[in-house]
Design a binder for this molecule. Structure first.
Ligand code: 5AD
Ligand code: SF4
Length: 441
C-alpha cells in the first residue's frame, strides 16, 4: 500500500537568519513524513516563519494568517503554525488572538516543531514553545540544513545580539549572543565544499564580535582559516557592526584572496547625536575612519549600508549629517527604513514629535541621493570583463544562466548549464537597476 505523504506549505519573512531557520524547518518536517508544496491550498500544514523588525513585517504576518482562515474553515483538520520573531514576542497571546492557529514556536524552539505538529495531528491540541534555551542546548541546536545542491550557502557562526541598539527588537526576540566553536564551523564548510559549494557567506547578527564571549579565535582568524579551505572560492559575511570592525579584520580585505570585495556596514545615522541616542557606540568620524582604511587596503571594495530615517527627535541638521555621510562614502547600495517603534525597546519611550509627512519627505530625499550614487557605481561596470561565479539557471526562465560578481551583483548571460559552479569571465553588456546582462568571454 502506498503511503500518502503529508504536505506542508512554508512562507519565510525577514532576514537570512530566518532563511536558514526555514531550511532547518524543511529538514525536520521531512523527517516526520511531510513534503514541501508551493501552494497553501494543497497543504495539510501551513507555516509562517515571521519577522518583527519593523511594523510592516509584522503586519504582513497577520495579513497572511487572515488569508489562511477560509482554508481552515473549509478543512478544519488543517494545521496552522507560526514561528520566528513575531512568535517569540507574542507567544501564547497569538493563540488567544488567532483562534484558528494551532501552534506557535519561538526562535530557540525550531527543534520542537516535529513534536508540536505531531501533537496537533493526534490530539488536535494547540501548543506553544517559546522558552529561551541555555548555552549548551543552544550550541547543540544551531541550524543544520537539508542537503540542497547549490553553489552558495549560508553558514551561521553566531546568533543573538547583546548590543541593544535602542530601536532594535532583535536582542529581545533572538536572545543573547552566542558563537559556535570555530572547529565546527570549519568542519561544516569543508563538508559543504565536498558537496560542491563554492561560496560561503558567514552569518550572524554581529559577526565582528564573533567569539569574543567565548575562548575562541577572532573573526579575522576564522576568515584566514576559511581562506585555506581547498576548493572554496569565495567568502562573504554579514552583518558587521562598525564599532567592532578591528584593523585585523579590515586587513583581511587586502590579504585574503577569497574574500569578496564587498561589505555591508550599517551606518543607521550620520549624526553623532542620533547615533548616541541609538546606542550605536561610534561617531560619524569613527565610521568614516574605518571606511577609509577599508578603501586603502582594498581600493575596489564596495559598501552597502542600512539607514534609519525619522528616529525620534531627528532634526533637519541631524538628517543633513546623514546625507553628508552618504555623499562621502558613496555606497553601492543602501537599505533605507522609516523608524518603526518596537514595543519594549528603549527608543519606543523617546518623544517623537516629527510628522509622518516630514519623515516621508526626508526618506525620499535620501532615496533620491542614494539612487544617484547606486546608478553611478553600477553604471561604471558597463563594458568591463569581470569574474562571475555561476550559480544556476536564470530566474527569468529564458534559458540563460546567472552568477554574481565579487560585489554580489547578479549577472545574467547566455551559457551552458555545465558552467554552474565555475568561475567564468563575463563582459557586462547592460546595467539594469538590480542586475546586469552579460556576454560570456
Ligand atoms: N525601525 C526601523 N528600522 C529598523 N531596523 C532595525 N530596527 C528598526 C526599527 N525599529 C533596520 C536597521 C537594521 C536593519 C536590519 O533594519 O537599519 O540595520
Ligand atoms: Fe539590532 Fe543593533 Fe544587534 Fe543589529 S547590532 S541586531 S541593530 S541590536
Amino acid at each position: 500500500m502506498e503511503i500518502m505523504k503529508k504536505a506542508f506549505y512554508l512562507e519565510t519573512f525577514g532576514c537570512q537568519m530566518n532563511v536558514v531557520d526555514s531550511e532547518r524547518i524543511v529538514a525536520l518536517l521531512e523527517q516526520i513524513g511531510y513534503s514541501q508544496v508551493d501552494a497553501a491550498d494543497k497543504a495539510d500544514l501551513l507555516l509562517l516563519n515571521t519577522c518583527s523588525i519593523r511594523d510592516k513585517a509584522e503586519r504582513k504576518v497577520y495579513g497572511h494568517l487572515g488569508r489562511f482562515k477560509p482554508l481552515k474553515d473549509q478543512r478544519p483538520e488543517l494545521i496552522i503554525g507560526v514561528g520566528g520573531c513575531v512568535a517569540q514576542q507574542e507567544g501564547e497571546r497569538m493563540l488567544d488572538t488567532v483562534p484558528y492557529l494551532d501552534l506557535v514556536f519561538g526562535t530557540h524552539n525550531v527543534h520542537r516543531l516535529p513534536e508540536l505538529v505531531t501533537q496537533a495531528e493526534k490530539h488536535r491540541s494547540r501548543g506553544c514553545a517559546t522558552e529561551f534555551l541555555g548555552r549548551e542546548e543552544r550550541l547543540g541546536n544551531f541550524p543544520q540544513r537539508s542537503q540542497l545542491d547549490s553553489v552558495t550557502r549560508f553558514v551561521t557562526v553566531m546568533q543573538g545580539c547583546d548590543n541593544f541598539c535602542s530601536y532594535c527588537i532583535v536582542p529581545y526576540v533572538r536572545g543573547r549572543e552566542i558563537s559556535r566553536p570555530s572547529s565546527e564551523i570549519l568542519a561544516e564548510i569543508e563538508a559543504l565544499v565536498a558537496q560542491g559549494v563554492r561560496e560561503v557567506t558567514l552569518l550572524g547578527q554581529n559577526v565582528n564580535s564573533y567569539g569574543l564571549k567565548e575562548d575562541e579565535i577572532s573573526f579575522a582568524q576564522l576568515l584566514k582559516k576559511m581562506n585555506d579551505v581547498e576548493g572554496l572560492e569565495r567568502i562573504r559575511f554579514m552583518t558587521s557592526h562598525p564599532k567592532d570592525m578591528t584593523d585585523e579584520l579590515i586587513d583581511c580585505f587586502g590579504n585574503l584572496d577569497k574574500l569578496c570585495k564587498q561589505i555591508h556596514l550599517p551606518l543607521q545615522s550620520g549624526s553623532d547625536r542620533v547615533l548616541k541616542l541609538m546606542n550605536r557606540g561610534y561617531t560619524a568620524a569613527d565610521y568614516l575612519q574605518k571606511v577609509e582604511r577599508l578603501k586603502a587596503v582594498c581600493p575596489e571594495i564596495r559598501l552597502s549600508t542600512d539607514i534609519i530615517v525619522g528616529f525620534p527627535g531627528e532634526t533637519e541638521a541631524d538628517f543633513l549629517d546623514t546625507l553628508e555621510m552618504v555623499k562621502t562614502v558613496k555606497y553601492a547600495d543602501a537599505f533605507t527604513f522609516l523608524f518603526s517603534s518596537r514595543t519594549g525597546t528603549a527608543a519606543s519611550k523617546l518623544k517623537d514629535d516629527q510628522s509622518s509627512v516630514q519623515k516621508q519627505e526626508r526618506f525620499e530625499r535620501l532615496c533620491a541621493l542614494q539612487n544617484q550614487n547606486s546608478e553611478a557605481v553600477w553604471q561604471a561596470d558597463q563594458g568591463k570583463v569581470l569574474p562571475v561565479l555561476v550559480e544556476g539557471e536564470s530566474k527569468q526562465g529564458d534559458g540563460q544562466i546567472f552568477g554574481r560578481t565579487t560585489w554580489n551583483r547578479i549577472v545574467n548571460f547566455e551559457g551552458d548549464k555545465d558552467l554552474i559552479g565555475k568561475t567564468v569571465s563575463v563582459k557586462i553588456a547592460k546595467v539594469f537597476r538590480n542586475s546586469n546582462l552579460g556576454e560570456l568571454v
